[in-house]
Write a protein that binds this ligand. Structure first.
Ligand code: ADP
Ligand code: ZN
Length: 520
């Protein structure tokens, strides 16, 4: 007699060709075989699929897998067929004959695993058929799509809550790589899971190096960065217009890249996706629309040109790097202007409840961006995974901030803002500090200011970094209502008068830490 354990292991070996389970797989499989509802929280690449595929092969009847993306279903079904598993998919874009063939096979119980889109599953006539088949398990992939507050809420997913009511005896498994606690709670409630077994995997992706650069000339910084990279990468921007713009400029620099966003024709999007996966293009410049279901293991870097709105999004998007387990990098270009801009967007939402949730989530992202301690610790803490040890593989760990008495430096900046009558943005303030005799500066007579050129001995990046720190310390603020003009705060006065000292971190001007190996 075989125990569930040994038979699961033999399926793992014989069908999938793997020798051992990944963390969590075995316990999820066992609880599922026992008929229990389950919630599987594993990072992307953690091996969620086997959690339902193996029970599907061990249980007598049919397993129905709900998945939001056709491309994702197609990949999975193709892979299963290659492994000799009777798997099929059903969606409305298939030709009629094909759909009928699959339905016939289902009626004859010739299929073990059926992938289906949520809207298709929840059609009344389809649910009727489901009752006739010997369904043993429902697996809801990307289960966070049921959460209203999540980053990719899908209307079609909402109805999946009815499954538990319609088929109380059939176990339901929810699977997601979204880890934040609010979404987790939402999934449990929306899917109506009954006394579920919850597997919470580690969300750490140790091979991803998290780094950050102060953003001041994003296009230039991005080009320089990509020039140092090998392999494929994704560049995320916050708007479609920006995506087109950045992609065009990178292409003009000879970088083999293409744009991707939801405003493009679906043919074109599919083309870009495929070209990326097949290594015909090196870089995709995209909005958040790009990524879900894109199974490319060797993405070497992910750059965020704009600040994401939440740690979940940041984690999901950076998580597309290094799925093969080899070293990969996540670079965030960050400046305070983005913070003001995103707060503004969120405040334009007229649903006050949603606004509050989004502001909270954004505050956590902002805190991560401003962190002066190990970024991985901040990130994992947010997901309720507490690590006492700094990671040794983020920019902060590799190049810890060093502090110095920056009072004089701060005075230079603050007095420059003051002399400019608090009417200029940071770019302009830096040009004045550096003493750039540009036509518009001379025309405005600003080359005559006493602060003109007092910062000529340090590069632009240095001054941008200092300005950013002064904003963080509450000595300057960005007025988003006025083209991101810099204003002095009350707290700046004693500093200008020399009554108060300012401690600054030595600005990091390059990505030196990139060269450093991961310390043991
Ligand atoms: P997820 O859905 O969590 O992102 P997948 O199910 O796609 O992850 O699995 C990621 C990769 O890991 C796949 O290539 C899969 O074949 C592989 N994998 C899963 N489980 C194991 C295992 N026990 N041993 C070896 N490889 C595995
Ligand atoms: Zn670290």
């Amino acid at each position: 007699m075989t125990t569930p354990h040994t038979s699961a292991l033999s399926v793992l070996k014989q069908v999938f060709g793997y020798r051992t389970f990944r963390p969590g797989q075995e316990s999820v499989i066992e609880h599922t075989l026992d008929g229990q509802d389950t919630l599987v929280l594993m990072p992307t690449g953690g091996g969620k699929s086997l959690c339902y595929q193996i029970p599907a092969l061990l249980l007598p009847g049919l397993t129905i897998v709900v998945s939001p993306l056709i491309s994702l279903m197609r990949d999975q079904v193709d892979a299963l067929k290659v492994a000799g598993v009777a798997a099929e998919l059903l969606n409305s874009s298939q030709p009629k004959e094909q759909q009928i063939a699959v339905l016939n096979a289902l009626h004859e119980a010739r299929i073990k695993i059926l992938y289906v889109a949520p809207e298709r599953l929840m059609q009344a006539d389809f649910l009727h058929r489901v009752q006739e088949w010997d369904v043993q398990l429902f697996a809801i992939d990307e289960a966070h799509c049921v959460s209203h507050w999540g980053h990719d809420f899908r209307k079609e997913y909402c109805q999946l809550g009815q499954l538990k009511q319609l088929f109380p005896a059939i176990p339901v498994m929810g699977l997601t790589a979204t880890a934040d606690l609010a979404t987790r709670r939402d999934i449990l409630i929306q899917l109506g899971l009954q006394n579920p077994f919850i597997y919470q995997g580690s969300f750490d992706r140790p091979n991803i190096r998290y780094s950050q650069l102060l953003k001041f000339k994003p296009q230039e910084q991005l080009q320089k960065y990509i020039a140092t990279q090998e392999g494929s990468g994704i560049v995320y921007c916050n708007s479609r217009r920006k995506v087109d713009d950045v992609a065009a400029k990178l292409a003009a620099q000879g970088i083999n890249c293409m744009a991707y966003h939801a405003g493009m024709e679906s043919d074109m999007r599919e083309y870009v996706q495929r070209a990326f996966i097949q290594d015909r293009i090196d870089v995709v410049v995209a909005t958040v629309a790009f990524g879900m279901g894109i199974n490319k293991p060797d993405v070497r870097f992910v750059v965020h040109v704009d600040l994401p709105r939440s740690i979940e999004s940041y984690y999901q998007e950076t998580g597309r790097a290094g799925r093969d387990g080899l070293p990969a990098e996540a670079l965030l270009l960050f400046d305070e202007k983005d913070v003001a801009k995103i707060r503004q967007w969120i405040s334009e939402n007229d649903n006050p409840e949603r606004q509050a949730v989004e502001l909270q989530r954004f505050a956590a992202m902002h805190a991560l961006a401003e962190a002066q301690t190990c970024r991985r610790q901040v990130l994992l803490n947010y997901f309720g995974e507490y690590n006492a040890k700094a990671c040794g593989n983020c920019d902060i760990c590799l190049d810890p901030p060093r502090q110095f008495d920056g009072s004089e430096i701060a005075q230079k900046v603050l007095s420059c803002v003051y002399r400019l009558k608090q009417t200029s943005d940071s770019d302009y303030v830096v040009d004045i500090l550096r003493g750039k005799k540009l036509a518009h500066i001379v025309d405005a007579g600003h080359d005559q200011l006493t602060t003109f050129g007092i910062g000529h001995d340090s590069p632009d990046a240095y001054w941008h970094n200092v300005i950013n720190q002064l904003i963080h310390q509450g000595l300057l603020r960005v007025d988003i209502t006025q083209r991101a003009v810099l204003k002095l705060t009350e707290a700046a006065r004693p500093v200008l008068k020399g009554e108060q000292t300012v401690t600054l971190a030595v600005p990091r001007l390059t990505m030196d830490w990139q060269q450093r190996a991961k310390p043991e």
